[in-house]
Design a protein around this ligand. Structure first.
Ligand SMILES: Cc1cc2nc3c(=O)[nH]c(=O)nc-3n(C[C@H](O)[C@H](O)[C@H](O)COP(=O)(O)O)c2cc1C
Length: 301
């Protein structure tokens, strides 16, 4: 039997799969829809300090075999989120992580502190939402570092920094986050994208430009994993972007990932994780690999 356990820095995962933020709601919303026992962890949709209304409709749309979204992180704010979600976490058969977002470093820190005080075991810091007006923290090593430093000072729980494939220098941003205290980086969030209906001449998204995700972004995110792993091999990476098969998981590990985020595939196949785990086991058998962690960064060049 192959060993499929995984580790992201200080966090031990029972499986290498992590349900990606925003694709399984608050996680508790998806119990019964998605079988969370196939995940090492599940990340809830990002939450800010105060309630955010998000963008007007249309907020999602197809884009070939990929998907566009421009939700703008509609959420009730951390206090309301904790009051509603935390009492319902018990039946979820995996660890549930929070995702923090904000307009400034202090807001991220306040959200992360709320999660930690409520017993949430780890926090992703969403530096890379493509749907916020104003700056994207993940584009700048300095801004990313300020946010991660503020979160690190506010909580002791493990934190992951979620970065963007649109960064000009993903290695510099990842290094800044690691130095500021991130335990791992998530590579990556969605890529900026857009679509237009030629009949109505209207954009797919009300915000015109939003986040592009799904199978077509795999090479973009994989490139980021390869670059960061080559430059900073000791920094754990949660690879995310377009994963839809067990073979994709292995590809991300070979590139340098230590765990694999499952996102957009949930919309077409909410129970995809069970199939992906089966495919992963079968592919490992075919390849003669007994321990998944042996594959991290094992790409041969
Ligand atoms: C509808 C939708 C909502 C998302 N919301 C969030 C979010 O709230 N926070 C976050 O960090 N990422 C969010 N993401 C990004 C995903 O977690 C993931 O990083 C990205 O979609 C790439 O992976 P995929 O191609 O497997 O979907 C969202 C993605 C989609 C499609």
């Amino acid at each position: 039997m192959a060993d499929l356990s995984a580790r992201l820095g200080p966090v031990v995962l029972s499986t290498p799969l992590v349900a990606a933020a925003g694709t399984v709601g608050s996680v508790v919303d998806f119990v019964g829809v998605t079988d969370f026992s196939f995940y090492g962890a599940a990340v809830a949709k990002s939450v800010s300090g105060e309630p955010w209304a998000g963008r007007p409709a249309p907020r999602v749309g197809p884009a070939g075999v990929g998907m566009l979204n421009g939700i703008g992180i509609q959420n009730p704010g951390i206090d309301a989120w904790l009051a509603k979600v935390v009492p319902e976490l018990d039946p979820v058969p995996t660890q549930v992580w929070g995702s923090a977002v904000g307009n400034e470093p202090d807001e991220f820190a306040r959200v992360a502190a709320g999660y930690a005080a409520a017993g949430i075991p780890a926090v992703e810091v969403n530096l890379s939402c493509p749907n916020l007006d104003g700056h994207m923290f993940a584009l700048s090593p300095q801004l990313a570092s300020k946010v991660i430093s503020a979160v690190r000072a506010a909580v002791d729980v493990p934190i992951g920094a979620k970065l963007s494939p649109n960064s000009e220098d993903i290695v510099a941003v990842a290094a800044a986050c690691a130095e500021a205290g991130a335990d791992w980086v998530v590579l990556t969030n969605t890529a900026w994208g857009a679509g237009i209906d030629v009949r109505t001449r209207r954009p797919t998204l009300s915000g015109v430009i939003g986040g592009y995700s799904g199978i077509p972004i795999k090479p973009l995110a994989l490139r980021c994993v390869i670059e960061v792993h080559r430059a900073i091999p000791e920094l754990p990476i949660l690879g995310c972007g377009g994963i839809s098969t067990g073979e994709d998981v292995i590809e991300y590990f070979l590139a340098g990932a230590s765990a694999a985020g499952i996102g957009t595939i949930h919309f077409a196949e909410p129970r995809a994780a069970k199939r992906i785990m089966k495919e992963l086991q079968s592919m490992m058998r075919k390849l003669g690999v007994t321990r998944l962690t042996d594959l991290t960064g094992a790409m041969q060049t």
